[in-house]
Design a protein around this ligand. Sequence first.
Ligand SMILES: Cc1cc2nc3c(=O)[nH]c(=O)nc-3n(C[C@H](O)[C@H](O)[C@H](O)COP(=O)(O)OP(=O)(O)OC[C@H]3O[C@@H](n4cnc5c(N)ncnc54)[C@H](O)[C@@H]3O)c2cc1C
Length: 372
Amino acid sequence: MPVDAHILVLGAGVTGLTSAMLLAEAGYEVTIIAAHVPGDSSIEYTSPWAGAHWRTHASSEEPMLCDWDIQTYEYWSALLDTENKDLQLHRSGIKMYESYDYWDGPVTEDLWWAPYVRNFRHVSESQEPLISISKRTPPRAPQIANAVACRAMAINVPQYLLYLLEQSRSLGVKLIKARLPVGRGLKAALLAAESTVTVNGRRLPDCYVNATGLGARKLCGDEALYPIRGQTVLVKGEANAITTRIGEGHRTYCIPRPGSNSTILGGTREDGEWSETPDPKTTSQILERCSAMVPELLTGRDGGFEVISVQCGLRPGRNGGPRMEKEDVDGTKVVHAYGHAGAGYQNSVGSARLVRRLVDESLTPTFGTARL
Ligand SMILES: Cc1cc2nc3c(=O)[nH]c(=O)nc-3n(C[C@H](O)[C@H](O)[C@H](O)COP(=O)(O)OP(=O)(O)OC[C@H]3O[C@@H](n4cnc5c(N)ncnc54)[C@H](O)[C@@H]3O)c2cc1C
């Protein structure tokens, strides 16, 4: 049912696009303004650099984040069921795989999510794929001490961003590519957004959604935001499964990129590092750690990986967690939705549903201090 309100979403990463799609589904008129849009490549635009897979990092002491991750898992499971039934549907680029987590020592995290995912199980050293990995591991290298498995999703991120944009467009969402001014305060940026949107033939917005990721640091002066740099290596071939290995001081993953005959290897985390230049030593470490886990990708003439590209992306880390709240900026209604760190895909649906609720609340008339 149409809702007579116009929402202007700032940002076209996974957070802004998912929010725009759900707001449009709820009947709002929605416009997006973003400096970078699906198809673009920039260190200022995190979403295209992600792996990405569903593997929660939330702890049971963060119930909101746990809930978002589970909501997204369920939403994607239902989406895949629908896509599998109708081959004519536009493909999202998401696929379900076996997903293995390996620890070189004790399990260092709480597995609260086990009851919510499909086919969760512990894997013993006398089971595959552990038998094969152990055979391939050089004698003095660390062995896997603990392993669990489940069914989880990998996301072809360039395809998924385009899918979200197409879904949004089919619901009437308009995308405007424009950079908003920074350094003069959020109100000045909102006024610039307002004039951009009206010049492009849309009416004045009733509410804004700020989904500018790491860009919010400058856009609204939020110094709690910081980059968590991740380096990845894209290699030829689609791995048979998703693999995450957690060892002393490192976490390494192999994430097949559905339908693209390629796999992302990575897992590094460098807090506060802004550089977009990959470190060759880190590349060698990633390739070495992954080689025992995905032998099906060792197709190079030298028996190693066939590297397509090496890149870095900046996860939007934030002290205190994502900022999800309403703000009245000198009479302008804003809902903030940024700072999703390394979980912006896997929590995107839960986060976007909260955005929709906060937008609904922002537009609900209040009388005095009482809320209807
Ligand atoms: C290496 C790596 C691996 C990752 N792996 C995973 C994973 O496996 N699973 C997972 O869930 N997540 C993963 N992530 C995290 C995920 O990618 C991020 O959480 C997510 O992409 C953040 O999206 P966003 O929409 O909030 O920000 P962004 O994608 O950065 O989008 C911000 C948007 O705001 C716009 N913007 C900013 N400033 C302005 C301005 N002044 N004017 C106009 N527009 C502006 C930008 O142009 C852009 O459109 C990974 C990230 C990296 C780097």
